[in-house]
Each structure stands twice: as C-alpha cells, then as structure tokens.
Design a protein around this ligand. Structure first.
Ligand code: UFG
Length: 335
C-alpha cells in the first residue's frame, strides 16, 4: 500500500457509485474533494468530511481553480449519464455529458499537472459480444450511444496519456448494484431503470410490478444475463487502482470490473423474492432497444493486476443490501 496520500477529486461524488467511492477513499485514508452538478446526485449523499462544489465538470475554469486550491493529485471521474435506453433516445446528451465534458475535465487535469486519472467506463463498450465472456482484449463495438460515448473518452485518455505526464486506469463496470453494507450509502436515483433497484422498489410496494424486457434472447431462460457486481467491491477496485497508478507512474491500465458469472433477469427476480419474502408481480414486455442478451466479464486481468479480493459476490447479499437501503426513510436534504 502506498504511503503518499494526496487529495483526490471525485467527480459525481453525490451520485450512487461516486458516493461509495468517496467513503472507500476516506476509509483508506485519502482526503477527498467532491464536484457534482446535482442533476442526478444528492447533496445529502456526499459523505461527511469531503469539501463539496456544486460544479459541472464541463466548467473547466472552475474545475481548474478547484484542482489548484486543493492541490489535487488524482481525479476519479464518475460524473456522467448512465441509462442505456435514454442514450438511444437522446444520443447528443450522452456525447455531451460523457464525452465532451470529460474532454474538458481531462484538459484541466493536463493543464494543472494532475498526474493520475481513474475513469468510470462500462461493459457497454463491448456491445453484443461474440463470446459469452468478454475480456479487455475483446473487440469494442458498442451497440448504443452510451457505450460509444464512454469508449470515445477512453480513446481520449489513452492519447492524452501518451502525449502528457499522466497515467490512467480505465475501469469497465459490469452491472453495479447493492449498497454499502454499513448502510452509509446506497442508490437514491429517482426514476431508476436498473433492474435490481427497480425490483427492490417493487418488493417494497413503491412500484406495482417489474417489466421483463425480452424473453427471446439466446440465454438459458431467454431473459437478459448480466454480471452483477456489488458497489462496495467495485469501489474497492478503484482505491487499489489509484494505489497502483501512484506506485507505477509509467503504467496505465484498462480493467474489467465484474465477477465473471451472470444472472438472468428471472434469477435476479427470484433472488429478490427470496430475500424479501414476497412475490413481485412480473410482466413480460418486448426487448428494450440497445440491450445485448448476455454480458459477462472475464476478470482474470483485474485479479492479476490489483490485489483485489471481491467480498460480496453472492446475489442474495447484493439484493439484501439494496433492499436494506431501499427500506430506509428518505434523508432530509442538506443545503
Ligand atoms: N431489465 C428488465 N426490467 C427492468 C430493467 C432491466 O428486464 O425493469 C433487464 C434488461 O433488459 C437487462 C437487465 O435487466 O437484460 C439489466 O438491465 P439494467 O437496465 O439494469 O442494466 P443494463 O445492462 O442495461 O446497463 C447497465 C449499466 C451500464 C453498463 C451495463 C453493463 O447501466 O452502465 O449495465 O452490462 F454498461
């Protein structure tokens, strides 16, 4: 473990994954500064002790002032838009939020001499994979604008790293779910579309039913199969990635973040029923546009590169933490 602990800027630190990352960094002793435009994030989700700026990463001038003021030594970039079907409806929003504004942030990092950059990418860069498991070497052929918007930012980062004094770690997330086991953070997204969040809301009566989008995929039960990863394991990989970047400034990495196993929609809904003790109403609906049938991570590379030890692979545990968070009364807003 590295002994140098400089301030880390977390963009999107008021969001679901970003707020968990702030906690993980703080737990590991890193000072954290948060920027978030609060379009989808919540001020109350920013963990105690992290200075907060309500700023958009596309505002380069303000970001540069923050980088300088806090002597930031690394950026973890979570801010962005994350809903696959929305990206199909509104691609320009995704190329703006995920690509153009990332370009501004990367430029600020270069201008201010920030040496390390950790980027939230996605398994959606692989599109419809040829094999059931995808490795970092698999072809990247996104089938939706969301995946393409992230892939373009990956390309920028690689080019910028080659030209400037910066190293990076690109983490390609599979399906992130669950909540902090200590109950300090969770997913508070309003109008959520992600399966486990939707299903736990239905289990608690906040929704009437769960739609099953497609039953005719080439999978074991016809429904979509995904590699669900617990958010706490995911953010643990970020902290380890940061330490690796600091230890080896000449090395950059692209790593899949998943467990290497998949669950179908029906298996996830069974888990939610099992954990909640109820029975969610299921309604069969047509496929959503832009959805691949199966997306599972080959994770040998991350396991070999970082001292990462996943702790929460069990689907019932993931669902149970999501359910525990969902049961909490809404937090009072902090102004
Ligand atoms: N699904 C349903 N009903 C729902 C919601 C989802 O059947 O109400 C199905 C989807 O069709 C898919 C699976 O559940 O088969 C997972 O869908 P999500 O919407 O939860 O997640 P996606 O797989 O579409 O996308 C997520 C992230 C992306 C990431 C991708 C990687 O949003 O950032 O996982 O697999 F790239």
């Amino acid at each position: 473990m590295t002994s140098k602990k400089f301030p880390v800027l977390v963009t999107g630190g008021a969001g679901y994954i970003g707020s968990h990352a702030v906690l993980a960094l703080q737990d590991a002793g890193w000072p954290v500064v948060v920027v978030d435009n609060l379009v989808t994030g919540f001020r109350s989700a920013v963990p105690y002790g992290a200075p907060f700026y309500e700023t958009d990463v596309g505002d380069g001038e303000t970001v540069r002032i923050i980088l300088r003021a806090h002597n930031i030594g690394a950026i973890m970039h979570f801010a962005g838009s994350v809903v696959v079907p929305e990206s199909v409806e509104n691609p320009l929003k995704y190329y703006d939020n995920n690509t153009a504004r990332s370009r501004v942030l990367i430029e600020a990092a270069v201008t201010e001499g920030v040496p390390h950059f950790v980027f939230s990418s996605t398994a959606a860069v692989y599109g419809e994979p040829e094999a059931s498991r995808v490795s970092e070497e698999s072809p990247t052929r996104p089938i939706n604008p969301y995946g393409m918007s992230k892939l373009m930012t990956e390309a920028m980062l690689r080019d910028v790293t080659a030209a400037h004094d910066l190293n990076h770690c690109i983490l390609r997330y599979f399906n992130v779910a669950g909540a902090d086991p200590q109950g300090r953070a969770g997913q508070s997204t309003t109008g959520a579309t992600h399966l486990i969040k939707v299903a736990v809301e239905a289990a608690l009566g906040k929704r009437s039913h769960v739609a099953i989008f497609g039953d005719d995929f080439d999978t074991r039960d016809g429904t979509g199969v995904r590699d669900y990863i617990h958010v706490s394991d995911l953010v643990a990989a970020h902290v380890l990635a940061l330490e690796a970047l600091v230890e080896k400034p000449a090395v950059s990495m692209t790593l899949n973040c998943g467990y290497g196993r998949g669950y179908s929609v029906l298996e996830v809904l069974d888990a939610v029923d099992r954990v909640s003790g109820g029975q969610i109403e299921r309604r069969q609906e047509p496929r959503r546009s832009g959805d691949p049938g199966e997306l599972i991570s080959e994770n040998a590379h991350v396991l070999a590169t970082l001292p990462w030890q996943p702790r929460h692979q069990n689907i019932d545990e993931i669902v149970s933490h999501a359910l525990d968070w969902e049961r909490r009364p809404a937090l009072a807003p902090v102004s």
